[in-house]
Design a protein around this ligand. Sequence first.
Ligand code: ADP
Length: 483
Amino acid sequence: MQLQDAQLFRQQAYIDGQWLDADSGQTIAVNNPATGEIIGHVPKMGRAETRRAIEAAEKALPAWRALTAKERAGKLRRWFELLMENQDDLGRLMTLEQGKPLAEAKGEIAYAASFIEWFAEEAKRVYGDVIPGHQPDKRLIVIKQPIGVTAAITPWNFPAAMITRKAGPALAAGCTMVIKPASQTPFSALALVELAERAGIPQGVLSVVTGSAGEVGGELTGNPIVRKLSFTGSTEIGRQLMAECAQDIKKVSLELGGNAPFIVFDDADLDAAVEGALISKYRNNGQTCVCANRIYVQDGVYDAFADKLKAAVAKLKIGNGLEDGTTTGPLIDEKAVAKVQEHIEDALAKGAKLALGGKPHALGGTFFEPTILVDVPKNAAVAKEETFGPLAPLFRFKDDAEVIAMANDTEFGLASYFYARDLGRVFRVAEALEYGMVGINTGLISNEVAPFGGVKASGLGREGSKYGIEDYLEIKYMCLGGI
Ligand code: ADP
């Protein structure tokens, strides 16, 4: 493993301030997707251990919630500093279990830490309201209070940031939290809580339970102590978890699938659009929910854009993320490879042409060639479904109305992108896109100060920004009479 701080590699779950094995003694193996080697094991926990974590979160709640915002902010700030001080180790651990290039992994640690820093600051700005009364002898006051015990279920594509985006606002607001990380990438989550403990986050406030998704998830959604679930993952599982939460009317925040359109208009700066497409499409090897999934290019610039994109993508260096110069790692598993292949075959069968790549990489395993398809027809599966891999399908369009209709013709509504210079067009298109986020002349939109989230089947709620903490707060209205 070769970490500077060996204590950051934890192979036990963290419940109520204790490092623990599963009651059954069973474990789950975690592999390195670049080599297939097993890098370690984590406990395969189930309902009983999850219940204990929830009960510990309930026990820890009164004292945590009673701290002043400044006191909570101080501990979160310390956690942020520890994350940054250990950026190299945390990045390495992430590359080993997730596969992304080391520079990208370290970038994610800085991004993850930024949510802790931001919400430490926001903790102090949970303002209420005094409302002018409706009767002379009454005063109306609104305060905001923490929801209580919360739960988070997180995916493998951003093993650190998807946790801090939830734990940061939860803890800042005065909530406690139980986290179930993805079984492919639990070590990043465990290292994060090791550092949270060192930062002085009290016992029980933040637990990480590793194990069976169905059992741990089932307890988190089924236990009435949990008042809120925040989930990032597929729409299919999000729908199921939301239904499970309906039983207790738990609050839910959902960050689900996307199917981002990336539109290049004929007045775009083409070099900038290629640069944006490269980062939006191939970052994390196409495995982000805001990755460009469909690239629409206007007739007049179609061929020029396709040529420039091909030249840029051909320069990507595929390999083990720990090797210098690697820009693109492996896919997470065989299932991910199969999905990319399925979308390529479907598009080719319907008339698309292969411009680059198209097959598993010579490195073997789950490495895949960065792929570009041109002249992709509207009825290709990739127009409707998220590929979550390194496939850039180029569609052709004639005018604004046509491309807006195509871009919105999906159940999803997370990120969207377009490149244009005409100011009127910029506003018209940005307003017409049915998406929670619009990147205009940029392929990178995520940061801690902006609201991240989707509409339609892409989810509920927002993470990051001043809005993010609202997802962990209840509004209480007090009506004072007899004045
Ligand atoms: P992905 O396709 O990105 O793996 P999933 O939605 O399958 O997305 O997984 C996201 C997270 O949800 C992971 O932590 C996974 O373990 C968890 N998960 C998957 N199935 C369930 C389930 N039935 N109940 C609770 N959590 C689940």
